[in-house]
Structures are given as structure tokens and as C-alpha cells.
Ligand binder design. Structure first.
Ligand SMILES: NC(=O)C1=CN([C@@H]2O[C@H](COP(=O)(O)OP(=O)(O)OC[C@H]3O[C@@H](n4cnc5c(N)ncnc54)[C@H](OP(=O)(O)O)[C@@H]3O)[C@@H](O)[C@H]2O)C=CC1
Ligand SMILES: CC(=O)[C@@H](O)[C@H](O)COP(=O)(O)O
Ligand SMILES: [Mn+2]
Length: 398
């Protein structure tokens, strides 16, 4: 086990997003524990990237797209304004996050959104870094590739449910685990019928009951695709058959997830519904950092509710179980088709129900090729899924 006082170097991917900025908050509050040596983002907010790069005095900063000269000038301005050094290496292009992931930091926190995070995940594992994984999509789409590369304990889950399961699993041995129970908020449309879901808007879908997150995961929470992805994620992360990953709707999200052991005991991790503890544990596993989050106030009356998923109104989890059990390129097709449908929904080209209906159509048309899966194979399946989803979207588009 590491010495708690050893400072860990961190490469932070997706630094400007919900996960990325909260990770910065934790690093800022714990400079003796962490030093960010590299960071990357998509490039939509160059001011923030420059400010982060100078504040944390990183050695490498990368953006997927954007104006290099503008970023360099913003970095120079931020350095001058704060009296700090300007970052030494700026990388612009598709491979920027792969470079950031591959610097050999102690921990790579992958907070990129979408399956575009696959190559950085692979680069982090190949570099021998601990991978603090928020970007669930990379594990789901690259399942066998990521599992083959992973050394024991190399991936630490950041997704709140999986962090809760990882924490709960320390209470027993692997052979004593009967099932994993992943909790779900039910999203903003919990309790609605399929008929009522026909007219819901993107604005309504972005009102998550408990968490402020990026647009894709928030939409996925509304369709329950997020829960579908999380069932596959749990199956892959914890090497447990998918049918032993159960779900329950717990709207308040104080219980982040649970493990049922073979003696009948259920061990859970509880806390306020925020990401600070899972991110901090991802960065410093297995240590707990003091005062990361306010604990639950047990002096106040609370009602916590539990209900089964409504598979008829929200078929995303049932479909995810099918693709997760099929493996190969099926999870990548599910995810890529969903990413396209989420965009089409926010562009108001398709309705809310069309998202999962279209994903199901695309999955139904897919035939996986045999043989060992590699990254190019995943990317080819994704390209096919995105094109097939576009055709299906065009057919139902308003
Ligand atoms: N937010 C949360 O509470 C939780 C998130 N997660 C998972 O964490 C991941 C991130 O989610 P979240 O933070 O909410 O998403 P956000 O949309 O808030 O942030 C995404 C980040 O990824 C960056 N990014 C996008 N494309 C690229 C690219 N090609 N290369 C490098 N960086 C890129 C974005 O930069 P830019 O804006 O410039 O494009 C941004 O910094 C997702 O996989 C999500 O499912 C899991 C559990 C909870
Ligand atoms: C915070 C987190 O991990 C998200 O995945 C969040 O839990 C979304 O929850 P639902 O998908 O259950 O709404
Ligand atoms: Mn989650």
C-alpha cells in the first residue's frame, strides 16, 4: 500500500467538464497529495484550459481541436497575470488526450465524455498508470481490450455507483459476493408512462433530480441508458455475470450502490449525492482524504424510497443487458447509436422515445465479426453504428 504522504502525479483528461473541474477542486484543496502534470479537454473553453494549465503548472496541456496560437497566448496572459510559469508543451489534435494519458503519471483520471475516451484509456493502461475511470464508455465499448490490458487493481472506478461497489466489496471475499445492486435515480421522468414520455423536451431531460453533470450523461440518466451502461460497466469492472447485477430505483441517491454477500448481508456506501468522494477515492485509492464532503445529517427526518425499474417505459436497461451479455462489438454499437441519438434529440430532430427505439433498431441490425477484438475493430463497429443510426434518425426525423 502507498504511503499516504506520497504526492501522486495526476494526468487529468476532460479537465473543463463536470468531473474535471471537481477533480481540480480536490487537487487544489490537497496540494500535498496531488500534482497535476498534464491535462486535456475538447477545446471549447480555451480560457479555462489556459487558467488550469497555469494554475497547476502542468508540463503538458492538450486540446482535441481549437486555435493553438490563441491557447498559447491565453496561457502566456494567465502566466503573466499570476506570476507563474507558462506550460512547456501544448498539443492540439485528435491525439492530445492520448499524449496526456501517456505521460506516465501515477494516476490518469479519464473524465472525457463519450467513447472518444477509448484510446486515452488504452494509453493510460499501457503507460502503467492507475486509471481513475469516470469515462465509463471506454470500458464498455472496449471491454475485452481494456480487460486484457488491465493489471490487477489498475482501474479504480469513479462512477459513483461503481465507487460505492468497490468500497463495499472490501467487506468480503470475491467468492462471497452473491450480487451487485446498482441504484438509479430514475431520472427526471421517473413515474411517467411511455405515452407521457412522447412529448418531453430536451430542457426537461436536462433537469437531473440530484446531480449537475454534462449533457450526454444527464440525457442518458433521463432515458436510463446511463443505468444500462452502468450495468455493463459493473459486469466488466467486477468480473461478475451480468445477470447478477441488479438495479433498484432509489430516487434520493443517498445509497450509491450495494453488494449482497452470500450470508445475506448487504453492504452499501452512503453519502450526499455528489461526486466529490468518488473522485477523491479515484485519485487516492484506497485512502480516504479528510473533509472531502459534508456527511449525511442523521438528526433530520428523511424518507428514502425504493422501487423497481419500469422496463416498459424505459427499455434501455433491458436492451443493455442483452448487448452486455452478447459482448463483442454489441456494447459499442449500443453506445455509439445512443451518442448520435442524444445529439439528434437535442437538435430537436427526434423525440425522447426515438432515442432508445433507434438504438434498439441499430443493435438489431448489427452482426459482430468473429475473432479477437482490437481498437480498430471497435472503431469500425462504431462508424457503422453511427451511420446506421443516422439513417434511422432521418426516417423518423421531424
Ligand atoms: N458528471 C458526473 O457527475 C459524472 C460523470 N461520469 C462520466 O464522466 C465522463 C465525463 O462526464 P462529465 O464531466 O459530466 O461531462 P462534461 O460534458 O461536463 O465534460 C466532458 C469533458 O470532456 C472533454 N472532452 C470532450 N471531447 C474531448 C476530446 N475529444 N478530447 C479531450 N477532452 C474532450 C470536454 O471538453 P470540451 O467541453 O472542451 O469539449 C470536457 O472537459 C462521462 O463519461 C460521464 O459518463 C460518471 C459519473 C458521474
Ligand atoms: C453521479 C453518477 O454516478 C451518475 O451516473 C448518476 O448516478 C446518474 O444517476 P442516474 O443515472 O441513476 O440518474
Ligand atoms: Mn453513475
Amino acid at each position: 500500500m502507498d504511503d499516504v504522504t506520497t504526492q501522486r502525479t495526476v494526468s487529468l483528461l476532460g479537465s473543463t467538464g463536470s468531473i474535471g473541474t471537481q477533480a481540480c477542486q480536490i487537487v487544489r484543496a490537497n496540494p500535498e497529495r496531488f500534482r497535476i502534470v498534464a491535462l486535456s479537454a475538447g477545446g471549447r473553453d480555451l480560457e479555462l484550459v489556459a487558467q488550469q494549465a497555469v494554475e497547476f503548472d502542468v508540463e503538458l496541456v492538450g486540446i482535441a481541436a481549437g486555435d493553438r496560437a490563441k491557447l498559447e497566448s491565453l496561457i502566456a496572459d494567465a502566466a503573466q497575470a499570476t506570476g507563474k510559469r507558462a506550460v512547456s508543451r501544448v498539443v492540439v489534435g485528435d491525439d492530445a488526450s492520448v499524449h496526456a494519458a501517456g505521460v506516465g503519471a501515477d494516476v490518469v483520471l479519464n473524465g472525457i465524455t463519450g467513447s472518444i475516451g477509448l484510446r486515452p484509456t488504452v494509453a493510460a493502461l499501457e503507460a502503467g498508470s492507475t486509471l481513475a475511470l469516470a469515462n465509463k464508455e471506454s470500458l464498455i465499448v472496449g471491454g475485452p481490450i481494456v480487460k486484457k490490458l488491465e493489471k490487477p487493481g489498475q482501474i479504480v472506478p469513479v462512477d459513483s455507483e461503481h465507487s460505492a461497489i468497490a468500497q463495499s466489496l472490501t467487506s468480503g471475499a470475491a467468492h462471497e459476493v452473491r450480487k451487485l445492486v446498482v441504484t438509479a435515480s430514475g431520472g427526471p421522468f421517473r413515474g411517467m408512462t411511455r405515452e407521457q414520455l412522447g412529448d418531453v423536451t430536451p430542457e426537461q431531460a436536462l433537469k437531473h433530480p440530484n446531480f449537475a453533470m454534462g449533457r450526454v450523461i444527464t440525457t442518458n440518466s433521463a432515458t436510463l441508458v446511463n443505468k444500462g451502461l452502468e450495468v455493463i460497466e459493473a459486469h466488466l469492472l467486477f468480473d461478475i455475470p451480468i445477470e447478477r447485477v441488479e438495479t433498484v430505483v432509489h430516487a434520493q441517491q443517498y445509497i450509491h450502490s450495494m453488494v449482497e454477500f452470500h450470508d445475506g448481508a448487504v453492504v452499501a456506501q452512503l453519502g450526499l449525492p455528489t461526486m466529490l468522494v468518488p473522485i477523491a477515492m479515484g485519485l487516492d485509492w484506497p485512502h480516504r482524504i479528510p473533509d472531502v464532503e459534508t456527511p449525511i445529517d442523521w438528526t433530520k427526518a428523511m424518507n428514502w424510497t425504493f422501487e423497481p425499474l419500469d422496463d416498459e417505459a424505459f427499455p434501455a436497461v433491458r436492451l443493455a443487458r442483452e448487448v452486455g451479455a452478447a459482448g463483442a462489438t454489441y456494447p459499442a454499437v449500443y453506445n455509439a447509436a445512443n451518442e448520435e441519438c442524444v445529439e439528434a434529440f437535442h437538435d430537436r430532430r427526434i423525440g425522447f422515445l426515438d432515442i432508445v427505439d433507434t438504438v434498439e433498431k441499430v443493435v438489431g441490425q448489427h452482426t459482430a465479426t468473429s475473432g479477437e477484438l482490437d481498437v480498430d475493430g471497435v472503431l469500425a463497429a462504431e462508424t457503422w453504428a453511427r451511420a446506421t443510426a443516422h439513417d434511422a434518425i432521418d426516417k423518423v426525423a421531424r
